[in-house]
Design a protein around this ligand. Structure first.
Ligand code: MTE
Ligand code: MO
Length: 492
């Protein structure tokens, strides 16, 4: 019994060592084929693309911005478990263990191959990983117990070195060396009273570090601005191809624009307001000679993401931008360096292409990523309102309490925000001055709080007088609706 357990333990150890060598080798080869082709990341990326919409929503809701580490952790745990089984098998029949490792390698190769940006070389990291893993397993499983310990240590060292070397070689391009010229048209100075001094209230301008991040990328695309080009094609009279320097030579405009995600639940955090600098998207499309029949601006990103925006809205005079800067500095890599789109009035999934490399004027017949998964092709941003203070389930002392939050209806503007307590009459909240219809507004209300538990609800009407509907709708397929509602306890 004890000996069997010891053998199982030994098998598990060799399996894990083989997996470590495999991953290290994969990482090293991925230094040449792109970080996203490394085995575990390729599998994670494929899982994101294959996952049903409900699983994606679950991940965003439950894990938020941590959804990616959680996914990679899960992939590694499954890999370790299968590797342990392979190791235990290998002690009896080395070729059987090697076969299991090979299957893992094939899974990695398949995952890398189905990526929309796969090249013929994308399968190499997993192929090399499988070879290294199987060889390690065979070598360690040979019945020469005296030297197994030493060989294991050596292999662990080689695996770690390969992994570290791969990581080092992969490096980061980053946005540090880019200088964005001052905008020809700076953002209008926000009017007085555009912000309330309320503790805990979301500020008017979202700092870059607090700006939400939503994308399908386990590995951020590292784009060298010197090699990046933007291709404008499709239903145009003449194709354009612009370098990053070409973009920076044009007059830049700067705008405060609020961006929200279709996955944002009522009262949720996936909305922010930043200052974006870039060139007007419409001028670029006009320059290319946009043809009248174009229905959709289909943009493609370096990561293979495709996003479609109604062409009519992009061209109707709103401040749709090809942005190169966020809050006064080059776009951070996670927000789309070197260039991304922002179209006020549309959810991010239908407009805000990060790491954009191609603009294709086309019809709605070509379906972008999220539309193929059933989301609405128009992507109009829904009106939202949120209570920031007091927090849900907070305990506040009786007396005057400031209730405050933000409300947004991009491109339509916010006209009124109302709050009510315990289902009573709706009361108009006070609003900050509006910077533009494309930005959110803060609201506040002075509440005479009496002891006990109270329900607070909020709703907003947009600039067209359209009130947020009470009816709750889920995020899928065109964004959540309903009123945010919280409960607080007022103490005597
Ligand atoms: N290339 C690429 N661009 C993308 C996405 C993506 O997955 N890949 N996600 C979109 C979605 S759903 C949203 S809400 C916004 C979020 O932009 P942010 O991460 O800068 O806040 O980016 C959009 N642009
Ligand atoms: Mo989104």
């Amino acid at each position: 019994m004890k000996r069997r357990l010891a053998r199982l333990g030994l098998g598990a150890l060799i399996g894990v060592l083989a997996a470590a060598t495999a991953l290290g080798t994969g990482e090293l080869v991925a230094a040449f084929t792109g970080p996203a082709t490394a085995p575990a990341l390729a599998v994670g990326t494929a899982l994101i693309d294959l996952a049903p919409v409900s699983a994606k929503e679950f991940a965003i809701r439950e894990f938020g911005t941590n959804d990616k580490p959680v996914l990679i952790g899960a992939v590694l745990i499954v890999l370790a478990a299968v590797a342990m089984v392979a190791g235990a098998l290998a002690l009896r029949r080395p070729w059987l263990g090697a076969a299991v490792v090979t299957m893992l390698g094939v899974a990695g190769m398949a995952a890398a191959a189905i990526s929309p940006v796969a090249t013929g070389l994308s399968v190499l990291p997993s192929l090399a990983a499988a070879v290294a893993g199987a060889a390690t397993l065979m070598a360690l499983a040979r019945p020469r117990p005296a030297s197994t310990g030493r060989r294991a240590l050596l292999i662990a060292g080689v695996a770690a070195a390969a992994w570290a070397g791969g990581r080092l070689l992969q490096g980061n391009s980053g946005s540090a060396n880019v200088r964005i010229p001052p905008p020809a048209e700076p953002a209008p100075q926000p009017p007085a009273g555009h912000e309330f001094p309320v503790a805990g209230l979301t500020p008017y301008r979202t700092s870059t570090k607090d700006f939400y991040r939503v994308d399908t990328d386990l590995v951020l695309p590292q784009v060298s601005p010197d090699e990046w080009t933007l291709r404008v094609h499709g239903m145009v009279d003449h194709e354009l191809r612009l370098s990053f320097a070409d973009i920076l030579r044009r007059p830049l405009v700067e705008r405060d624009l609020t961006l929200s995600c279709v996955s944002n639940e009522i009262g949720g955090p996936y909305v922010g307001n930043a200052r974006w600098t870039g060139i007007p998207l419409a001028s670029l499309l006009r320059e290319a000679g946009a043809r009248p029949g174009a229905e959709q601006l289909l943009s493609t990103a370096v990561d293979g993401m495709t996003i479609g925006s109604p062409a009519e809205l992009v061209l109707d005079g709103r401040d749709a931008l090809l942005a190169v800067a966020m809050n006064g500095v080059p776009l951070p890599v996670e927000h789309g360096f070197p260039a991304r789109l922002i179209v006020p009035g549309l959810f991010g999934y239908a407009s805000a292409t990060k790491w954009v490399r191609e603009l294709n004027l086309t019809t709605f017949a070509e379906q972008p990523y999220w539309v193929r998964r059933g989301y609405d092709r128009t992507g109009l941003a829904k009106t939202g309102s949120r209570i920031d203070v007091p927090r849900a389930f907070a305990r506040v002392p009786a007396g005057p309490v400031t209730v405050a939050g933000v409300a947004y209806a991009q491109h339509r503007g916010i006209a009124t925000v109302q709050v009510r307590f315990d289902g009573g009459p709706w009361r108009d909240a006070e609003l900050t001055s509006q910077v533009s219809p494309d930005t959110w507004r803060q609201w506040r209300y002075r509440w005479e709080a009496t002891p006990g538990a109270h329900r607070i609800e909020v709703r907003a009407a947009d600039g067209r007088g359209q009130m947020q509907p009470e009816q709750r709708a889920p995020v899928f397929p065109s964004g959540a609706t309903g009123w945010e509602s919280i409960v607080v306890t007022v103490t005597a």
